[in-house]
Design a protein around this ligand. Structure first.
Ligand SMILES: [Zn+2]
Length: 200
């Protein structure tokens, strides 16, 4: 009886070790390691979950994202692609062109007490501006890479419309980078003015 239990235990440990290895390798096959390193450096989070939205955008997270989050991401991208097409843009208008990281919120309420899950980002260009919180700023999202298109947003447990907006807004920088470099340059740094939505 004892040896049977030991064999069973050994078998189960092997299975769980193998599935952890399989999960890690699925994760590293799904996501560019340099991009993950950049996201971890910006957020201080460690990302272990790779999944995708129903429309095919890639999502990387610390915890499995809710279905509401995934469809809110799709709605934000859909709106972004529609407005981009109205402007005659055609580059990077596929869901699969985008990787969205979802990090831990460093605050969930803004200074007015409204629900506002944001990420604290050390951002030199905002030093001394109205955004400056003492060496860092709170941001709803931040672009991590233009090729592949990637940005980070914060975990939400409600207000899915806000996720759609943040996705649309961060995505705007990437769409402009690839379709209208002059407008991208003028609007990339919000400390010098310019706010979202940039494309109407
Ligand atoms: Zn922006």
């Amino acid at each position: 009886m004892k040896s049977y239990a030991l064999i069973l235990f050994t078998f189960l440990s092997l299975v769980s070790a193998q599935s952890a290895v399989a999960q890690r390798s699925r994760f590293s096959n799904a996501v560019n390691p340099g991009l993950v390193a950049k996201a971890q450096q910006v957020t201080g989070d460690s990302f272990t979950i790779a999944t995708s939205t129903p429309r095919g955008a890639r999502v990387v997270a610390r915890v499995p994202p809710r279905p509401e989050t995934l469809s809110a991401i799709d709605r934000g991208l859909e709106e972004l692609f529609a407005v981009a097409r109205r402007h005659g843009y055609s580059a990077r208008l596929n869901f699969s062109d985008y990787t969205i990281f979802i990090g831990r919120a460093d605050r969930t309420r803004n200074r007015d007490g409204q629900y506002s899950p944001d990420i604290a980002i050390g951002a030199a260009q905002y030093a001394g501006s109205v955004y400056d919180q003492g060496g860092f700023v709170y941001a709803a999202g931040m672009v991590l890479s233009f090729s592949p298109g990637a940005f980070v947003i914060a975990e939400h447990d409600r207000d899915w419309q806000r996720i759609s907006n943040v996705v649309r807004y961060e995505g705007e920088h990437i769409v402009l980078f690839h379709n209208d470099r002059a407008l991208y340059q003028r609007t990339a740094d919000h400390s010098r003015g310019g706010s979202h939505p940039i494309l109407q």
